[in-house]
Write a protein that binds this ligand. Structure first.
Ligand code: ZN
Length: 316
């Protein structure tokens, strides 16, 4: 199958040193070492053909695709000149946080532009801070701006893409993405996550205007339960939606080693889910998949899972 204009199958890796400068308190699970571990795993011949691109800086107006101007300005003002400033119990900002957040958005927009123009088949954005808990007017759960949601809106506004599916397999429910698209039938939000767990949303009864699909897992669930949730709920919904673009909120905190949850996935389970979504993208979305790092707090589990996911993306 011809998947892009030049017939070249390319996977992009969006990265930037600025993502290491978003600092959190000592002992906080969402820490710069996460990206160091991920990049160490990608320093392997398997990933030699990844096209590595430094994430550009997005303009502030990009954040306003999904957040109010007042909120965006409040976050900018909250960033301290030194030390750390607390936004809520879990969410802090440091002097480097603004640039990191704006480059996370810039990575997502660059990736969307590249896969829609056919310069790349798919992309992984190795970014922090994560995004899927950030609501229109509220930061929470380590997240400042909802990068995946902004990517979806950008695809629609800049490229005329009609239907975007966001699949979220982070072990926490993406309350922010759900809130942003709650009444928007042009975006499908499909999530599998542990319940009960932070942030408390994500019940199957939360369906928006028929565009929200929640398939919660129970503490202790593993590979078979995850695959069943994907096969029974998530994948049929994405297939039926016939998206023009698939975004993945790729958190790897459902890995069995992760300290923040009790789901027992293995790295290869993320490769399996990736392949399933790539298959749908091949049929309806000209293979276009953009994946964004969300959570994943055990360094070994994160590195192995992200590597398995990216290896599958490269196997288009
Ligand atoms: Zn998470």
């Amino acid at each position: 199958m011809q998947r892009c204009g030049y017939g070249i199958l390319t996977t992009l890796l969006l990265h930037h040193a600025a993502f290491l400068d978003h600092l959190t308190p000592v002992g906080h699970p969402e820490r710069p070492d996460r990206l160091r571990a991920l990049h160490a795993a990608l320093d392997h011949e398997d990933f030699a053909t990844l096209q590595r691109v430094e994430a550009p800086l997005a303009g502030v107006e990009s954040a306003m695709l999904c957040h109010s101007e007042a909120y965006v300005e409040a976050i900018r003002r909250a960033v301290p000149n030194e030390g750390l400033a607390r936004i809520d119990m879990d969410t802090t900002v440091s002097p480097g946080s603004w640039e990191a957040a704006m480059r996370a958005i810039g990575a997502a927009l660059y990736a969307v532009d590249a896969v829609i123009s056919g310069r790349a088949t798919n992309a992984f954005c190795a970014v922090r801070p994560p995004g899927h808990h950030a609501e229109t007017m509220r930061a929470m759960g380590f997240c400042l701006f909802d990068t995946a949601a902004i990517a979806a809106r950008h695809a629609q506004k800049a490229h005329g893409v009609e239907r975007v599916a966001i699949v979220d397999w982070d072990v926490h429910h993406g309350n922010g993405t759900q809130e942003i698209f709650w009444s928007d039938p042009s975006v499908l939000y499909a999530s599998t996550h542990q319940m009960p767990l932070f942030p408390g949303t994500g019940a199957p009864s939360e369906t928006g205007v028929g565009n929200i699909v929640n398939a919660p897992l129970s503490p202790g669930d593993g590979t078979d339960d995850f695959k069943e949730a994907m096969r029974a709920r998530i994948l049929p919904a994405v297939r039926a939606f016939s998206p023009d673009l698939i975004l993945i909120s790729a958190g790897f905190d459902a890995h069995t080693r992760d300290p923040l949850a009790e789901i027992n996935l293995q790295a290869e389970d993320f490769a399996w889910a990736t392949a399933e979504l790539m298959d749908i993208a091949d049929r309806s979305a000209n293979a276009r998949v953009v994946s964004l790092l969300e959570g994943g707090y055990d360094l070994k589990g994160l590195a192995a899972s992200a590597a398995a996911h990216i290896r599958q993306l490269m196997n288009a």
